[in-house]
Design a protein around this ligand. Structure first.
Ligand code: NAD
Length: 499
């Protein structure tokens, strides 16, 4: 079995702890991909010290040249797309068509970042005084700690690291324990594209062993975290105490609303993809379906038939629609929520158990599940399950649907199926989410638009698009007075108007 290493101080290195963990294929737990470092505080210390040196060098490289490195990264990811998709499916389970999309998102993000090297705009504005120049520009921050989840093993690290690097920061990257192979290949590609070795560090391991020391390290000036709201709270508290800049992208409980005038066929296709794609393990997964009472029964009948027809299996096999859950803990969590749903009196329409059959015996599979008659406010309706479980809520009006959508602690994504253009625009205004889709499911963000959520999904920052470049840079203002005399802001003025 292959033993993998960290990348610290410009070389592939064994962990100081001497400990390792197995990376297991969730579709077949007898398939071990390799042993990866279970690193500790000492590895983090070395990585941060090296990243500081890398930062001093990298910050001086002009931004367009930094962008050129990222363009080459995009080229290399394009060349290796199929190989990366396959190894990603092997370690986390989602079907190949989805992991190909994951790689493509990384490629799109690379090319966007490359061109941003020639923008990275500041402002030049008129000064209050003559012969004085006033402008703002952007500076790198320092060492960035990058902590990522398992469900988009390449796309999410690229959302963070490309803008961080383009802005001139160095990165210490801690991928999720379930996807260390994709993280390793990503760092190999960065290096192959010409990124100076100390600018990126890769430290594998657990949240407590590596994530926490990284967040606590005084020389790490900025933390970008994506993961659960529970972990995000710990990360946020630590960063608050240490006065660190922190971006938190966390959980979701996203709803699709289908009203009586919605295109039913389109909505059926949308909800199948939104609820069961990535086995429901997307922060943007459609985990609630809010149906108008006039179409409720008809819609559900058809949805249950189509859900039962989904092909569950190994994501690397042709024809698979839904792969396994990422690990045993995820499977157990879904099982607990089936009990919660039943105890709350919801109607289990399909699924609710692991599939039966030899081809499922070695993996963490769970049948796509639908609960109907779910009460607004119940645990099933409120809590993030992160699995293939859809809760259906029946409503009598658009107003009630909007209220149900908004009455959760999360606020990532929402979706409305209607042909009423006025209502569609009302939804943009009134649904409390970072993203609202009209006539499309709750998933499908594009790399060049800001991405993130409100309430307990996020802390106000956005990834993707142009906004993330503000997060990874400091705004500095420069005033140059070439009048040759003392000019006093707010006191002197050009026309000499009397006081
Ligand atoms: P998780 O919170 O368990 O882990 C995320 C990362 O944090 C992992 O790398 C983990 O090792 C690390 N970590 C754990 N404890 C830590 C600690 N004390 N200090 C620092 N780091 C620590 O999440 P997960 O199970 O990998 O991912 C699923 C969650 O991520 C879901 O809640 C999902 O909604 C969320 N998610 C959000 C977005 C978004 O953009 N909003 C995107 C994808 C996933």
């Amino acid at each position: 079995m292959k033993t993998f290493k960290n990348f610290i101080a410009g070389e592939w290195a064994a962990p100081a702890t001497g400990e390792y963990f197995d990376n297991v294929n969730p579709a077949d737990t007898t398939d071990i991909i390799g042993r990866f470092p279970l690193s500790g505080r000492e590895d983090v210390e070395r990585a941060v010290a090296s990243a500081k040196r890398g930062f001093e060098r990298w910050r001086k490289v002009p931004a367009p040249e930094r962008g050129d490195v990222l363009r080459r990264v995009g080229d290399l990811m394009t060349q290796r797309k199929e190989e990366i998709a396959d190894l990603m499916t092997r370690e986390m389970g989602k079907p190949l068509k989805e992991t190909r999309g994951d790689v493509q998102e990384g490629i799109d993000t690379a090319y966007y970042a490359a061109s941003e090297g020639r923008r990275l705009f500041g402002h030049t504005v008129p000064s209050e005084m003559p012969n004085k120049w006033a402008m703002s520009f952007r500076r790198p921050i320092g060492v960035a700690g990058i902590i990522t989840p398992f469900n988009f093993p390449l796309a999410i690290p690229t959302w963070k690291m490309f803008p961080a690097l383009l802005c001139g920061n160095a990165c210490v990257f801690k991928p999720a324990e379930d996807v260390p192979h994709t993280g390793t290949v990503f760092v190999e590609i960065l290096l192959a594209a010409g990124l100076p070795p100390e600018v990126v560090q890769l430290v594998h391991g657990a949240g407590e062993g590596v994530g926490a020391p990284l967040v606590e390290h005084p020389e790490v000036s900025v933390i970008s975290f994506t993961g659960s709201t529970e972990t995000g709270r710990i990360v946020g508290e630590t960063c608050g105490r240490l006065h660190k800049r922190v971006s938190l992208e966390m959980g979701g409980k996203n709803a699709m609303i289908v009203l009586e005038d919605g295109d039913i066929e389109l909505a059926l296709e949308g909800v199948l993809w939104g609820a069961f794609g990535t086995t429901g393990q997307r922060c943007t997964a459609t985990s609630r379906l809010i149906l108008h009472k006039k179409i409720h029964d008809r819609f559900l009948g058809e949805l249950v038939d189509r859900t039962r027809a989904l092909q569950l299996g190994d994501g690397r096999k042709k024809g698979t629609d839904v792969g396994p859950l990422v690990n045993e803990a995820a499977l157990k969590k879904v099982e607990r929520y089936i009990d919660v749903g039943q105890a709350e009196g919801a109607d289990l329409l399909c699924g609710g158990q692991p599939p039966i059959g030899r081809k499922y015996s070695k993996g963490h599979f769970f049948e796509p599940t639908i609960f109907a008659r779910v009460e607004a406010g119940s645990r099933l309706e409120q809590e993030e399950i992160f699995g293939p479980v859809l809760s259906v809520i029946r409503v009598s009006s658009a107003d009630e649907a909007f209220e149900v959508n908004n009455d959760v602690r999360y606020g990532l994504s929402s979706s409305l199926y209607t042909r009423d253009v006025n209502l569609a625009f009302r939804a943009f205004n009134e649904l409390d989410n970072g993203i609202t889709y009209i006539n499309a499911p709750t998933i499908g963000a594009e790399a060049h638009l800001p991405f993130g959520g409100v309430k307990q999904t996020g802390n106000g920052h956005r990834e993707g698009g142009w906004e993330v470049y503000h997060f990874f840079s400091e705004t500095k203002v420069g005033y140059a007075d070439f009048s040759g005399r003392l000019q006093r802001a707010q006191i002197d003025n050009y026309l000499g108007t009397p006081d």
